[in-house]
Ligand binder design. Structure first.
Ligand code: SF4
Length: 327
């Protein structure tokens, strides 16, 4: 059954106010572990350099995720601008760096809703929020507005892992699929590469909460597309095999080897890492093989192990406002 188009401004004032209520959490912002305590509703900005607007850089159908996430038609990914991590090697650096102006391709909430509805009409079953940790209240508004008009797509929270546990708790029953990275089990590395103090405690605590909500099983529909569950991603960094092995060990021991893990080899240097001893190169085969060996030794049997020679389509280009993965 086709759904009506969304006309946000047509809603009664009290309904719009109710839908916007999550933005109150930006008043003394502790949305993410950095706890800057700034009032973003008054234009103040913390480390993420983001106010209370809806900073969406791109909305597109993306087919490059794990097969159960992408599905046949692709997932409708909503890429937020800026990020509460600042990874030296970020593939999305064109939109994620807080030193750059916010890249917003949509001038209003209405535009964002229209773009999402267009993707759903094109066959996407799920909406994925990419790098949402610093804009969870805005994400909640988008979700509430979709629901107000009868749209109930599956919702995927695609996060760097630097979340607060109570943020994850507040999304219980709203988010269908948790898709966190676990980047580091080494706080020194997290500080050096992502400028993220306390990353290990934040990520492991929030992922435990996701695990508590979803357990080890993922639920698939008749097309083998995910309906709910937890998938933990880990990108293997060149020169950091020990970190990767520690990450896998933590998942196996603190959670379970039955968890779905997506092991990724797609690291590729960006211009900013040129000349760096390790981040300036791609992953070596022997490094990746050692991590894959650990993956199997720990008993993981569900999930995905990416081929080493990953295609260049994993490297997005957000510069021209077109589809970042299709040039
Ligand atoms: S979301 Fe931004 S302002 Fe709020 S605590 Fe995190 S970095 Fe600071």
């Amino acid at each position: 059954m086709s759904r009506p188009p969304i006309d946000f401004e047509s809603l009664p004032r009290e309904v719009r106010d109710r839908l916007m209520e999550p933005l109150n959490d930006l008043r003394e912002c502790a949305v993410c572990p950095r706890e800057c305590r700034v009032d973003r509703t008054r234009g103040e900005r913390g480390i993420c350099n983001t106010d209370d607007s809806f900073p969406v850089a791109s909305i597109c159908l993306h087919r490059g995720e794990e097969p159960v996430i992408s599905g046949r038609r692709g997932i409708c990914n909503v890429f937020f601008s800026h990020c509460n991590l600042q990874c030296e090697f970020c593939q999305n650096y064109q939109i994620s760096q807080v030193s750059c102006g916010l890249k917003t391709s949509y001038s209003s909430l209405q535009d964002i809703l229209d773009a999402i509805v267009a993707s759903l009409a094109a066959g996407a079953k799920a909406v994925g929020f990419v790098s949402p940790s610093h804009v969870v209240p805005q994400m909640k508004v988008i979700i509430a507005a979709l629901r107000e008009f009868g749209y109930t797509p599956r919702l995927v929270y695609n996060t760097n892992g630097y979340d607060r546990r109570d943020t994850v708790t507040s999304l219980d029953g709203i988010i269908d699929v948790w898709l966190p990275d676990l980047k580091y089990l080494d706080n020194d590395l997290a500080r050096r590469y992502s400028h993220a103090p306390g990353y290990v405690e934040a990520a492991t605590t929030s992922i435990k909460e996701m695990y508590y909500q979803k357990g080890t099983s993922i639920h698939l529909d008749d097309d083998d597309e995910i309906e709910s569950g937890l998938i933990i991603r880990h990108l293997v960094l060149p020169g950091e095999v020990d970190n990767s092995k520690a990450v896998l060990r933590w998942i196996a021991e603190a959670l379970s080897p039955s968890v779905h893990v997506s092991l990724m080899s797609q690291y590729h240097p960006i211009p900013q890492t040129a000349g760096h001893a390790t981040l300036g190169r791609t992953l070596r085969r022997d490094e990746y093989e050692e991590v894959v060996e650990e993956f199997h030794a720990l008993g993981f049997y569900r999930g995905w192990v990416q081929e080493l020679d990953s295609p260049s389509s994993y490297r997005p280009d957000f510069t021209d406002g077109g589809h970042p993965f299709e040039t």
